[in-house]
Design a protein around this ligand. Sequence first.
Ligand code: ZN
Length: 489
Amino acid sequence: MDDTLIIYNTLTRKKEVFKPINSPYVGMYVCGPTVYGDAHLGHARPAITFDLVYRYLSHLGYKVRYVRNITDVGHLEHDADEGEDKIAKKARIEQKEPMEIVQYYLNRYHKNMEALNVLPPSIEPHASGHIIEQIAFVQQIMDAGYAYESEGSVYFDVEKYNKKYHYGKLSGRNIDDILESTRELDGQSEKRRSVDFALWKKAAPEHIMHWPSPWSEGFPGWHMECSAMGTKYLGEEFDIHGGGMDLVFPHHECEIAQSTAALGKETVHYWMHNNMITINGQKMGKSLGNFITLDEFFTGNHPLLTQPFAPMTVRFFILQAHYRSTVDFSSEALQASEKGLLRLLEGYERLKNIQPAAQSTVDTKGLRQRCEEAMCDDLNSPIVISHLFDALKSVNIISDGKATISKEDLSELQSTFKLFIEDILGLLTQREDSSSLQAYKGAVDLLLNIRMEAKARKDWETSDKIRNQLTALGFDIKDKKEGFEWNLN
Ligand code: ZN
C-alpha cells in the first residue's frame, strides 16, 4: 500500500500523511445536497472534488466506503434553528408531498452527476430514513450531560461542552467570539444561550414533517443527521469527512461537538473542504441573479452564458483549479477550458494513433511519476493537467513524424494518459458525452471540406478566406496529401 498520500487537514491546518485507521479500508463521509431545487455549480464542486478523492484513493488500492448523504429534513431557512424547513416550504408552495419534492430533485441531481461523470457513492442515506438513529444519538448526548430539553425541543449545551472540549476548533473560533456574534438572540429564545443549537425541534402545528420522540412530536436539527449516519455506516471513528468550506461553521463544528459529546472522542481523522465558486467575481446567490443551474450550463439557457457548455467542460474547469483555491466562473473562463479540454483530448487521440518505431528519439519518461507526485501532494489536479499538456508537446512532435518512440515507451505513455485522463480525472473522451465538442469539431471539418472543394475548382478567394479566418481564430491548419489536419493553438 502506498502511504505517501499527503492531504491538508482543515482541523490541524496542516498537510498530513494519510494513514487510514484500518488500511486498506477507508471510510469517507461527504455532506451531500439538500434536495429542494436544481443543482448548481456550488453542488458540482464538492461532488467533483470528492469524486477525485474517491477515484484516487481507489487507484492507490484502498477499499473506500464512500457515504454521501441526502438532506431531506431539518435544514431550516437561513441555516439557523429557526424558520421553515426548506423542503416543507417548497412542498407547501407547490402543493406536493415533501417526499415528492425530494424524489423529483434527487432524480435530477443524479442525472446531473452522471453527466459530470461523478461516480455514485457506496451509500447514499437519507436523513428522513434515519430518524430512529438520530433520536438515539440525541439521547446519548443527553445521557452524557451535554444537552437539555426546553419546551419539547432539545438543545446542545455549548458552554458546558466547551469547558471540557474546544467548541470552535475546526473553524478556529473561540466561544467568546461566537457568543459576541449571536448575542442579539438572547432572551427571545427557549435556548439557555444563543450559542446553543438544536438537536431536536418540536414541530409547530403547521409543520408537515414530524416524527414522535421522547421529547415531542418533531424533527431532528440539521447537524444531527451527519453525526448519526456517519457513525452508523463508518464507525465511531472514521478517516475522511468532506464538504464545502461554507459548511465548516456551523455545520461541521456542531457535528464535531455532537459526536465528541456522545462518544467521548474525536470521530473524524481528516477534515477536507473544497473552496467556493464565485461568478464574475461575485458570490453566488439567488438574489444576485447569478445563480446558474447545471442544466442551464448544459443548455446555455441563462443570460450570463454566451453558449452551452458540455458537462465535461464544467468538470475540466473545476479540476483546473486546486480544490482549496477559489474559482471564479465566467463564460470566458469556461470557453478557455473548453479549448483546453479539446486540445487535451485531441492530443490523447493522436497518441492512440501513433505507431511505434525501433527506438525513441525523444524523452517521454517519468510522466506517470510526476502525475502521481502531484496527486499525492494534496490532490493537485491542475499540476497533473499541466504535466499532461507538457507531454503533449512530445506527442505532437512524434505524431508529426519529427521524432520516434519505442514500443515500450509508447505503451507507457498511452497507459499513463488513459490512467490520468479517464480513470483519475474522470474525463469522458467519447464524443457523445461532449456533444458541443463534437459539434465544434464537425463545424471546423465542414469548413475545411468546403475549402478543399473551393481549391479543386480553383476558387482561391474562398479557399484563402476560410484558411485565413480560421488561422485568425487560432487554428493551425495543415494540408496533407490526402485532405487536411487541424489543431487549436
Ligand atoms: Zn453534513
